[in-house]
Design a binder for this molecule. Structure first.
Ligand SMILES: [Ca+2]
Ligand SMILES: [Ca+2]
Length: 324
């Protein structure tokens, strides 16, 4: 019986199986070849992007070095820091081989350093706190934000009244955490402090910074709101005039600023300055498919500069302040 089945029908069946197998092998081989080609293509692209990314980073570091040269040269050129200085000049993006380099230097002493709420030993700094309360007031923000931040920064664990927040509140959060009880390393840490919502931070961001030491506000580069917060009796209109006048004639000395009519008879809670030591350099470089964004905190002292902190960011953590 079986022989009967090994007739042309069976042969055709075997030939059929062989053909299907052959087709499958061809199909698999083709798929594998395509997959390999795709992988190779992706690998090449990945390698290319990595290479471009590294190239972009190298350019960003070069731009950062260049910014430091400008800042050092400025310290030799003049004893005052203002938007008239070379470092404050905004340049269009510079074309480099295969890409573009963009960079900007910002004077961080044109903002209020929130670390001034505490002294170097971690106790409350009354004048810093008074200033910050006025800044919050001018921005239409809640006063309790001042005590919440003070408690985050001060070394003790006793909540300040009213509005203070220490461990007992943060430990109830999900997930629980503790107050830092030390100065901020980066202003983005504000996000951890109770009450500092995205909306609050967006309002504050252009006017605040976090620097490792107590700093003075530079009246030549301070934002209008930062100037307005110097005293509760200052009027917005007077500060507008003052900022306009500053564009024509910068303040060469602190006394020139204090001699302004708008400030007559006012006792400022904090010391001000016409010089700056702390700068932020933002660099944005694109090379082919690679991109490098760098935030560098620069300290300048005695005509020397030092990079204190460097962050390679996908997005800048905080927007830069509006110039002027
Ligand atoms: Ca200068
Ligand atoms: Ca504390």
């Amino acid at each position: 019986m079986s022989k009967v089945h090994n007739t042309p029908t069976a042969c055709r069946h075997e030939r059929g199986v062989a053909l299907v197998t052959a087709l499958l092998v061809v199909a698999l081989a083709t798929t594998a070849a395509v997959a390999m080609a795709t992988r190779l293509h992706v690998d090449l692209r990945r390698a290319g992007n990595l290479l471009h990314g590294e190239q972009a980073y190298a350019y960003a570091l070069a731009a950062e070095s260049w910014a430091q040269v400008i800042l050092r040269r400025d310290a030799g050129d003049n004893q005052v820091d203002s938007f008239e200085d070379d470092w404050a000049t905004s340049l269009p993006p510079i074309a480099v081989e295969g890409g573009l380099v963009d960079g900007e230097v910002y004077d961080l002493q044109g903002r209020f350093n929130v670390n001034n709420l505490v002294t170097d030993t971690g106790t409350m700094d009354q004048s810093g706190l008074d200033y910050y309360r006025q800044l919050l007031e001018r921005l239409g923000l809640d006063q309790t934000l001042a005590t919440a931040l003070l408690d985050w920064l001060d070394s003790d664990i006793n909540a300040t009244f009213p509005g203070g927040v220490e461990d007992e509140d943060y430990l109830l959060a999900d997930p629980p955490y503790r107050a830092a009880n030390r100065r901020l390393v980066d202003i983005s840490e504000l996000r951890l402090v109770q009450g500092y919502t995205a909306e609050v931070i967006a309002l504050l961001a252009p006017h605040v910074t976090a620097l490792p030491r107590t700093t003075k506000i530079n009246v030549n580069t301070a934002t209008p709101v930062v100037l307005l917060a110097l005293h509760e009796d200052l009027e917005a209109r007077a500060i507008e005039d003052l900022v306009e006048a500053r564009e024509q004639q910068i303040y060469e000395t602190v006394n020139d600023f204090l001699a302004e009519d708008a400030l007559a008879g006012l006792q400022l809670p904090v010391e001000v300055s016409v010089q700056s030591e702390w700068f932020l350099v933002l660099t944005d470089v694109v090379v082919g498919g690679g991109r490098a964004r760098l935030q560098s905190l620069i300290h300048r002292e005695d005509k020397a500069t030092q990079v204190i902190m460097r962050t390679r960011a996908r997005h800048y953590l905080l927007p830069p302040p509006a110039a002027g």
